[in-house]
Design a protein around this ligand. Structure first.
Ligand code: G6P
Length: 591
């Protein structure tokens, strides 16, 4: 996590530009921010605790054509101004912004301390400018010094470095994303994600792992960090627009993205049919299919266990990506790993891919961000086409992931057309559902329960992973203690938590488990719970009823939507900013 952004070129307001640009990367972290601008062979630095969105870019409008900026999600060292990036060497001649973790930093710092370097922060990142400075005693060339320093780092990182004398911006990556924006008239932009520079260019080049780039604003060179060999790069045009990545008339990205599900589900469903059939075949022919993801994407994987079982009569295995390493005993060259990720950059997912590949297994990626590391490193990939998702709490990506996984399950059952029709009908029902009256009804329920400190959600079948997802949504934005359970598990422990008035949400469909989940809801009500049913039909089990359309096997997509809206209003009514939940970041590029 952490967002980094740098520029070198012909524009003379580099400081203002990187400050304005990095505001678009705040979803990657927002503990503190900092900027370093080169001006007349001197580097001037500003850094502060807090969110960069409140900072006025015009304050940095002085003459400068080279700058780097950072927005932080703390890993090593607390949230202090000293720990904020950029970090510099003692003389202030080398500035670095960094995302990731240098795992061997203690050893490197001890070595540098012995050579007289003095460190001011508690971060691993501060060793980088010091090591570059040390390497400059072996080479005159700044870029070569950065290369030599990078060759000594262990861990996953992306960094930008500049010095006070050369007009050189150097970037390197191993594990964390970095993308170059190319503009013939303006120069080169290098950032953790594309929105940082989209006001200037839509032409990009991706750095791969183990690569570095050196640019003076006029030309650029991609090389392998270890060997120095040149790496040829293609220029790629981005197809989505900056408007799609902005809030528009909405107060928060989260609500905007929830509402976008009116269209995004249909975009996910309209996949190339031959590709879906090929993937269905790959699953059919695999000896063991595993699905992994983290957070919300993991809940989509878990739901797909039910999709593949009920729709395709086929067994697949889900594991949270961070646990998958321990499954390596089950992997063989004929195994298939399906990874699901919105960002396409999640470190634990990349790690799972590495494990599968080391056993010769093939990897299929279902991702949202085109050109992301996971998409590029997988053997096959499918895009869910949700458009940029900026709110930390994932919403439209989830329904896109669920739709694509269901489509593949239908294709395996030789019913691709039926699956597509059902999902497009579901998308149309969701469009109708997202009307102002419905949203007001959910707001009213949020008003009713906003002061509660505990909340439970139950579901069965695919509504069980959706109950877990509901809990994540409520926890992350409203900070209410929320937990999801399989309805049948209540009587084995969780029911002891129910007190008079405890809000309990039941996710219900119209299927073979409806009677069971309604009985579970009645069991809760009998213990004093205030029950809220999300269901196609009214039931005496519910104190409150949030009507949802009957979507059959696609019910998971429909049932999660009122909960996303409820989470949003719970956050807002409790005075929290749903787009920037404490301690969280959207893209988790550290293990
Ligand atoms: C973070 C985000 C979640 C997301 C998870 C997986 O925890 O806050 O919203 O579900 O990472 O991210 P991915 O990009 O791999 O889907």
């Amino acid at each position: 996590m952490c967002g980094i952004f740098g520029y070198v070129g012909s524009r003379i307001n580099a400081g203002q530009m990187v400050i304005d640009g990095i505001k678009h990367l705040e979803y990657r972290g927002y503990d503190s921010w900092g900027v370093a601008c080169k001006k007349d062979n001197e580097i001037s630095v500003a850094k502060e605790i807090g969110k960069i969105s409140g900072v006025n870019g015009e304050d940095f409008a002085f003459h400068s054509s080279q700058a780097i900026a950072h927005t932080r999600w703390a890993t090593h060292g607390g949230v202090t101004e000293l720990n904020a990036h950029p970090h510099l060497n003692e003389e202030g001649t080398i500035a670095v912004v960094h995302n990731g973790i240098i795992e061997n930093y203690t050893e490197l710092r001890d070595e540098l301390k012995k050579k007289g370097h003095i460190f001011l922060s508690e971060t691993d990142s501060e060793i980088i400018p010091h090591l570059i400075e040390e390497e400059l005693t072996n080479t005159q060339d700044f870029a070569s010094a950065v290369r030599r320093a990078c060759q000594r780092f262990e861990g996953r990182y992306a960094l930008l470095a500049m010095d006070s004398t050369s007009q050189t911006l150097v970037a390197a990556r191993t594990g964390s994303p970095l993308i170059v924006g190319v503009s013939p008239q303006d120069g080169y932009f290098i950032a953790s994600d594309i929105p940082a520079f989209m006001d200037y260019t839509r032409t990009v080049q991706y750095l791969d792992d183990g690569e570095m780039v050196v640019t003076d604003g006029k030309s650029i060179l991609f090389t392998d960090i270890e060997t120095g060999e040149e790496r040829p790069k293609r220029e790629i045009e981005i197809t989505w627009t900056i408007e799609q990545a902005q809030k528009g008339d909405f107060e928060h990205y989260m609500l905007k993205e929830i509402m976008e599900q009116k269209d995004s589900i249909a975009r996910a469903v309209n996949q190339d049919e031959d590709q879906i059939l090929t993937l269905a075949n790959a699953i059919r022919n695999a000896r063991g299919t595993f699905l992994v993801g983290c957070g919300t994407a993991g809940k989509a994987c878990m739901a797909s266990e039910y999709f593949f079982s009920v729709i395709a009569d086929h067994h697949v295995n889900f594991a949270p990506a961070s646990e998958f390493k321990l499954y390596h005993h089950f992997l063989q060259p004929e195994s298939l790993l399906i990874v699901v990720s919105q960002s396409g950059e999640t470190a634990d997912v990349l790690e799972a891919m590495k494990v599968a590949k080391s056993k010769g297994a093939k990897v299929l990626a279902i991702v949202n961000v085109e050109g992301s590391t996971i998409e590029r490193e997988a053997d096959y990939s499918l895009l869910i086409n949700a458009g940029p998702e900026r709110a930390v709490a994932s919403t439209k990506a989830l329904t896109g992931q669920l739709a694509v996984l269901m489509l593949i399950a239908y294709a395996m059952a030789d019913k691709l057309k039926d699956g597509k029709t059902l999902l497009l009908e579901t998308a149309a029902m969701i469009n109708d559902m997202l009307n102002p009256r419905y949203i007001q009804r959910i707001q009213d329920i949020a008003e009713l329960i906003k002061e509660k400190e505990d909340l439970y959600i139950i579901g069965k079948s695919w509504n069980y992973p959706m109950a877990l997802e509901s809990a994540i949504k409520i926890q992350e934005v409203s900070y209410i203690h929320a937990e999801g359970f399989a309805g049948g598990e209540l009587k084995h422990g969780p029911i002891a938590l129910i007190e008079e008035g405890t809000p309990c949400i039941a996710l219900v469909g119209n299927d073979e488990v409806t009677t069971d989940i309604l009985s579970n809801t009645i069991e809760l009500k009998a213990r004093g719970a205030h029950t809220i049913g999300v269901a196609p039909e009214r039931s005496e089990a519910f104190d409150e009823w949030l009507k949802v359309p009957d979507a059959g096997t696609a019910q998971a997509l429909v049932n999660i939507i009122p909960i996303q809206i409820l989470s949003y209003f719970l956050a807002v009514k409790r005075g929290k900013n749903p787009d920037m939940p404490r301690n969280l970041a959207k893209s988790v590029t550290v293990k």
